[in-house]
Write a protein that binds this ligand. Structure first.
Ligand SMILES: Nc1ncnc2c1ncn2[C@@H]1O[C@H](COP(=O)(O)OP(=O)(O)OP(=O)(O)O)[C@@H](O)[C@H]1O
Ligand SMILES: [Mg+2]
Length: 277
């Protein structure tokens, strides 16, 4: 399988008044045209790993890596112009909070059209058609109407789908989806996952799927990376998850509710300081 992305010894540090926060502490992995899941508890560094690849690390943070390479391009040393042309075109990221990704003063349709026209030479009418098709593809029932609405006029779940449409309209080769379905109800969640799945299969897209939901990740991804305190503690094929070696992964697995199982007492995850060492 051809490698799309190589990450070697990625580190992200935030200087704060009380000292340096090590958000990502030496993460390494490669990605082909496949679905890779990243799981881990809140604060384990999942989003900052995705943001570093996307070039969205906050300016005051320090980012280093031995290798951060996308299809032969050194992402740590690209020019700002190259970055912009990659971002939203060949690499896209669905952010955890859609509020910050949609422009509040522009209609949803216009935002999708402008995203497309920034990166591709297409006529206005062709762009409008592709935007409407993409809105329909993310299961927005009345694309013509939603096209003209502003972000505050749609529900949270619809806003998230509109953002997904905006991210996918250029047909990115790498998509980083950070909790893309957390604001959606379960049935729409499955629809969105099916859309992502088709893109991986039909267009050969590489997908990094970030979630704290181990069950969702293991049923949807080919491979899973488990993060804890800024590091990868385990990398495992999704189908082998039941043989996970790391006690943290095993703990996550044990905390997944099983239908019909005795739930008293509720399992709790017992964290060991040496996991973060
Ligand atoms: N701007 C910032 N300044 C200081 N520390 C930060 C900043 N942004 C993130 N961090 C820290 O970096 C660490 C990793 O954060 P990150 O957002 O990657 O976690 P996460 O795994 O995505 O968590 P969640 O599941 O809650 O989204 C956390 O300890 C967080 O407090
Ligand atoms: Mg996050």
């Amino acid at each position: 399988m051809s490698t799309l992305l190589t990450v070697k010894d990625l580190r992200v540090q935030f200087p704060t008044r009380t000292g340096v926060v090590d958000a990502v502490r030496g993460v390494s992995f490669t990605l082909g045209r496949e679905r890779l899941g990243i799981v881990g508890e809140s604060g384990s560094g999942k989003s900052q790993t995705g943001r570093a690849i996307m070039g969205l690390t906050p300016p005051h943070a320090k980012i280093t890596a031995e290798t951060l390479n996308f299809d032969g391009i050194d992402l740590l040393h690209v020019s700002a112009a190259e970055r912009r042309s990659l971002r939203g075109n060949r690499i896209a990221m669905i952010l955890q909070d859609p509020k910050y990704s949609l422009n509040p003063v522009m209609s949803i349709g216009r935002q999708i059209v402008e995203t497309l026209r920034t990166h591709e030479k297409v006529s206005k009418s062709e762009a409008r058609k592709r935007a409407l098709d993409m809105l329909a593809a993310v299961q927005i029932r009345d694309p013509e109407r939603v096209f003209d609405l502003h972000p505050h006029e749609v529900s949270g779940g619809m806003g998230q789908r509109a953002m997904i449409a905006m991210m996918l309209v250029t047909g990115p080769e790498l998509l980083i989806a950070d909790e893309p379905t957390s604001a959606l109800d379960v049935t729409v969640q499955l629809d969105v996952l099916a859309i992502l799945d088709n893109l991986v299969r039909d267009r050969g897209m590489g997908l990094i799927f970030i979630s704290h939901d181990l069950r969702l990740v293991s049923s949807f991804c080919d491979r899973v990376i488990v993060m804890y305190a800024g590091r990868i503690v385990e990398e495992i094929a999704a189908k082998d998850l039941h043989n996970a070696k790391h006690p943290y992964t095993q703990g996550l697995l044990n905390c997944m509710p099983k239908i019909g199982a005795d739930t008293h007492p509720l399992p709790v995850l017992d964290r060991k300081p040496e996991w973060a060492a």
